[in-house]
Design a protein around this ligand. Sequence first.
Ligand code: GLV
Ligand code: GLV
Length: 317
Amino acid sequence: MKKVFITRDIPSIGIDLLKKKGFDVSVYKKDQPISKIELVKSVKNCDALISLLSDKIDKEIIDLMDRCKVIANYAVGFNNIDIEYAKSKGIIVTNTPDVLTDSTADLTIVLVLSCARKISESEKLVRDKKFVGWKPKLLLGMELRNKYFGILGAGRIGTEVAKRAHSFGCKIIYYSNSKNDFLETVLKAKKMSLNSILKKSDIISLHLPLNKKSKNLLSKEKLALLKPSSIFINTARGEIVDESYLIKMLKQNKIASAGFDVYQNEPNLNKEFYELKNVVLLPHIGSATMEARNNMSLLVAKNVIAILSGKQAITPV
Ligand code: GLV
Ligand code: GLV
């Protein structure tokens, strides 16, 4: 019986499918990230590993995986895995694209609207019992119509965010390696240089994978190009931005507000985040819908089944 190890209890639909197909599935059951010691023990004799974005699958771990044919990451991002090294050892790495695109795009719009309409501050005011009645100038925000919406990374998620933003009346501008015909023809979007987008955008949203090229792409110098009235949204990865400089800008009102679903060093956030009033802070829930998580569970299972039965991976990275 081929062994599949899962580093955390994921929705049962994929686990059930693996069991039905005759695999010997074991799941790390504690409700916390698996420790390195446990991971080392568990990867040694598995034929497939299902990992989370919080599991660091580096050379040391991969060297222990003598029998393993596939690492199926339960995420679209795969910056937690040394994919070059895995490939050199003949291990196929897969991810979960598409199935979480709508959920992540929806959450991006949640953050945009929350920032534009000062939702965190508004809600806090009511909860603090400070709502003393309607006021002409209470918590004035910004409409989305006719605003420049800058998308960094026009892949699947970036495109879905653009569609949603366009329906709110935003003008879409985007930064990408390649032209996105859908954005250009259907949404009348314009491709621009990174500097131009940063200077022009009223709202800027990150939809790039984290890799060597995108790491710290938004350096101090780049962030300094943002307009003081702009809203910054990150549902991609914290390491793409110079986080401490962005915090400094928010403190000094050099940008209006920011919405975060991802951070550097999750879950140990830079303490200064908690002091900021002009931010919305979410706990990395981009793909956290029943629909997305069930489909992610099915997709990791189907990738494992395909590879362990000698077939092509469905979504290799
Ligand atoms: C979440 O961040 C993912 O990469 O799926
Ligand atoms: C991820 O799914 C992307 O292409 O944006």
